[in-house]
Design a protein around this ligand. Structure first.
Ligand code: SF4
Ligand code: SF4
Ligand code: FES
Length: 851
């Protein structure tokens, strides 16, 4: 058996008689796991540095004797190594393997040591397994059964009694008595996510986990600590006291909240209090070392409640006498077919990357049959470029380190795609050169080797400036950025990028609208092409989209309209799916009113749905299956977790039923069959089948219920790792440079300031607000100013201000932050403020305070 990195020197050792070869530097505990030998751990976690705190992994270790004079191994008469075992047991989690080592994990001495450690840990443990959420999947419970003392020598009253219901924030609760002080949670927050917001207080048996942040446990990754806590000390607020692990069923799913595409397991249970319905009890990570490893962010874990919201649409609605009234599916679909037929060539479909590939494919085929236009609802362009020069098949951030350059431009990675932030951080820690280009500082800067600042509006220009410093072909740069472009930082960053063996660019939408994002995406593609960083694994372009399947929407043929308002004005019929233009922008709401016939297919009665002639209720991701294509173009499948509700239908099925009424044959029942059509009609998806998406390989570390002491209660992946598509450059196509002149940098005037859109993880989107748990983290509408800018206008921190935007006045709270450029207001998207592009605005102290 040979494990470990191919290039590393291999070391041979034996664990309980099983010979194993592992890479030099491997810890004994990992070598044993790879040999299939079970060495229990508590504090050790294969994703974190060992600390040797709990002593659960004690083993006997023998090393070959070396003759001090000759430096050679001493041998017995039969030629084997003379072994020397230490007098004491050693911690397998802190000792690296060495040649010829013998490890004994089950001798009497080891078993006695294990029993003593367990007895020690249990001296202050409450033994409330019957009511503990971890009961049934608890390493302490199981190890006590396997190796612990049958009886406690402590009487209950001698135990240390501590608080059992301590909220560390609104998402995570701590039971202080259950904590075995392994430090996994504290180390995770510190080492893995760099949010050191929890720590130890007190000493000895009174030692407790406390939160240092305000609000408590202020981290986007807090839920992961409940997975890796080896006891029931940390539990999530929504699963706490809700179910026992053995009652749960599970379904494989994919997070629908951002373009990372984290693999999930949805745990469900039929329960009395829900009227006998099968309901979701919790969302857990599912291992995919290529995508999310074993982590997910809190949005992915807690936002699913929207799918169970009572506000969901359950019945089609038809407009009659100006009112939307309930109707049967037949009535509604007949009305839609008639409306689309009457509109003839003027029909538009508008859909977002919230839909699956199967939905988008059916919708695009229907649109083409109507001679209409399939428009993508997005604020970020460039998916066509990603299809050409996106990261190559075989890309894995885990393989990225020294020798690779990563450019993150116009993107607050932690807010826009939290797990990408983790993966980029880890790559930088392994030695990748991280170039962060953004007008203000973000958390990604902490790991940057080069930080480039530019004025908002100069996103494309800063990337072209890097290219200019490398190439004789010099695109003109707008005035506002010429000085920045000549700076030594830009030149050094460009050199680092060009000289790297591999290079990846992640571009986002910080400060840009759709119009500015096109030249940005093109500039990024040019930089990659010109430096020969395309067509291979771990090289290429990644769009940090707003929706989980924006890339799929591009691939299925949906492109954004340059001027959506104008497109709507010219439409005679409009079919909107998974998009709320009227809710996002009052100007688009006005434009919608000019369309003769509007159909909306949605989960909720959105502002757009309120204006529709027909509203069609769609299923949520927990009730159906489909595929999503993530930002690295990995196609992944999600499965139904709960039975269909009566009423809503899957989006692809609704479209197929409309198509049927128009004489067009589309697959209405089985998404697998839609994927077969996609594979035969969309060349990039040739060969993609549901069977291929279901393929798995062994992953490291071993996690899951079969081996839950090791990586935590994260689920192992037996349902599929997905298929990463090849970009055109990897298929051998020559991709030419495309020159798009970046727009002039918009500057604030003398009396106004420039409002720029930014993205926050917790916003007021349809799929976030229904989750009560996240409410405390969703801010009220606000903007952020530089203190100097605020002082000029008499604005103080946390004060209400009037924001004059597009002819309306909105009252928001102003916060001050020195990292924001002067004369700029950061305005979060999807927060009730209709901002789509950078725009000059006026901000003033609020005239009257709104109650
Ligand atoms: S709360 Fe859990 S993970 Fe944290 S130190 Fe205690 S036992 Fe370990
Ligand atoms: S990082 Fe993105 S895909 Fe992953 S769990 Fe969070 S929101 Fe979902
Ligand atoms: S000391 Fe090795 S697992 Fe804790």
């Amino acid at each position: 058996m040979v494990y470990g990195a191919e290039m590393a020197k291999l070391v041979t050792l034996a664990v309980d008689g099983i010979e194993v070869q592992v890479a030099e530097g491997t810890l004994v505990v990992d070598a044993a796991k790879k040999a299939g030998v079970y060495i229990p751990v508590f504090c050790y976690h294969p994703k974190m540095e060992p600390v040797g705190m709990c002593r659960m992994c004690l083993v006997e270790i023998g090393r070959p004797l070396i003759n001090r004079e000759t430096g050679q191994f001493e041998r017995t008469e039969d030629g084997s190594h003379k072994m020397q075992f230490g007098s004491k047991l050693e911690t397998a989690c802190t000792i690296p393997v060495s040649e010829g080592m013998l490890v004994r994990g089950f001798t009497e001495k080891v078993l006695r040591g294990r029993k003593d450690i367990l007895e020690f840990l249990l001296t202050s443990h409450p033994l409330d397994c019957p009511i503990c959420d971890k009961g049934g999947e608890c390493p302490l419970q199981n190890l006590t059964m396997d190796f612990g003392p049958g009886k406690s020598r402590f009487i209950y009253d001698e135990k240390m009694h501590l608080s059992k219901h301590v909220p560390l924030g609104e998402l995570i609760y701590l039971d202080q008595e259950r904590c075995i002080q392994c430090g996994r949670c504290v180390r995770f927050q510190d080492e893995i996510v760099d949010d050191p917001v929890i720590g130890f207080a007190q000493r000895g048996r009174a030692l407790q986990i406390v939160t240092y942040s305000e609000p408590g446990f202020d981290s986007y990754f807090s839920g992961n600590t409940s997975d890796i806590c080896p006891v029931g000390a940390l539990t999530t607020s929504d699963f706490r006291f809700q179910a026992r692990p053995w009652e749960l069923n599970y379904a494989a799913s994919i997070c629908q909240q951002c373009p990372v595409g984290c693999n999930l397991t949805i745990n469900v249970r039929r329960e009395d209090k829900s009227g006998g319905a099968i309901v979701v009890k919790r969302v857990m990570p599912r291992q995919n070392e290529w995508v999310n490893e074993i982590w997910i962010c809190d949005k992915g874990r807690f936002a699913y409640h929207y799918a169970e919201s009572k506000e969901r649409l359950t019945q089609p609605l038809l407009r009659q006498n100006g009112e939307l009234v309930p109707a049967s599916w037949d009535e509604a679909l007949n009305r839609v077919a008639e409306g689309l037929k009457t509109a003839g060539k003027g029909a538009l479909t508008l859909a977002s990357g919230r839909l699956s590939n199967e939905d988008l494919f059916n919708l695009r085929i229907l649109t083409e049959a109507l001679d209409g236009k399939a428009i993508q609802y997005t604020n970020l362009a460039g998916g066509d470029l990603v299809a050409q020069v996106g990261v190559g098949q075989g890309t894995n951030f885990a393989d990225i380190g020294a020798g690779t350059a990563i450019l993150v431009v116009a993107c607050d990675l932690e807010e826009e795609a939290p797990i990408y932030w983790l993966r980029v951080k880890q790559a930088a820690e392994r030695g990748a050169k991280l170039i962060v280009a953004n007008p203000r500082s973000t958390k990604t800067d902490r790991y940057a080797t080069h930080t480039l600042r530019y004025p908002y509006g100069a996103e494309a220009a800063i990337v072209l400036a890097m290219l200019n410093s490398l190439s004789a072909k010099r695109p003109d740069l707008p005035k506002g950025v010429q000085e920045v472009a000549r700076s030594a930082e830009v030149q050094a960053a460009a050199r680092a990028f060009a000289e790297a063996e591999n290079a990846v660019v992640l571009f986002g939408s910080e400060g840009t609208g759709l119009a500015a994002s096109r030249p940005l995406a093109q500039a990024c593609a040019n930089l990659l092409i010109a430096t020969n960083h395309v067509g291979r694994a771990n090289n290429g372009l990644i769009g940090v989209w707003h929706s989980a399947n924006t890339q799929g929407a591009w691939d299925m043929g949906f492109t954004p309209a340059e001027d959506l308002g104008a497109a709507l004005h010219s439409a005679r019929a409009l079919y909107v799916a998974a998009a709320d233009p009227a809710g996002d922008d009052p100007a688009l709401a006005e434009a919608l009113k000019s369309v003769d016939f509007v159909v909306v297919q949605e989960l909720f009665l959105t502002e757009t749905a309120r204006l529709a002639d027909v509203v069609l209720p769609a299923q949520s991701f927990i009730e159906r299956e489909g595929t999503l294509t993530n930002a690295e173009r990995r196609v992944q499948r999600y499965h139904p977790a709960v039975p269909e509700r009566s009423g809503p239908l899957a989006d692809f099925a609704i479209t197929a039923r409309i198509a049927e009424r128009l004489g067009l044959d589309l697959e209405a029942r089985i998404p697998l069959r839609v994927m077969e059509r996609i594979a035969s009609q969309v060349p990039d998806y040739a060969g993609v089948t549901y069977q291929k998406l279901a393929e798995v390989v062994d992953q490291w570390p071993i996690v899951g219920r079969a081996d839950l002491y090791y990586g935590g209660t994260t689920y192992e992946n037996s349902q599929g790792l997905g298929v990463q598509l090849q970009p055109a450059a990897q298929r051998g196509e020559q991709i030419p440079l495309g020159w798009l002149q970046p727009s002039e940098v918009v500057m604030a005037g003398e009396t106004d300031i420039l409002a720029v859109p930014i993205t926050r993880l917790y916003d007021r989107g349809q799929t976030v607000v229904p989750s009560d748990l996240l409410h405390q983290r969703i801010p009220e509408p606000y903007l952020v100013l530089h203190p100097q800018t605020a002082r000029r206008m008499g604005i103080v921190n946390s004060s209400p201000v009037d924001l004059h935007l597009k002819g309306v006045v909105i009252q928001v709270t102003a916060f001050l932050d020195e990292s924001v450029p002067e004369n700029v207001a950061l305005v979060p998207r999807s927060m009730g403020i209709p901002i789509t592009d950078p725009v000059p605005v006026e901000v003033e102290v609020a005239e009257k305070i709104v109650a």
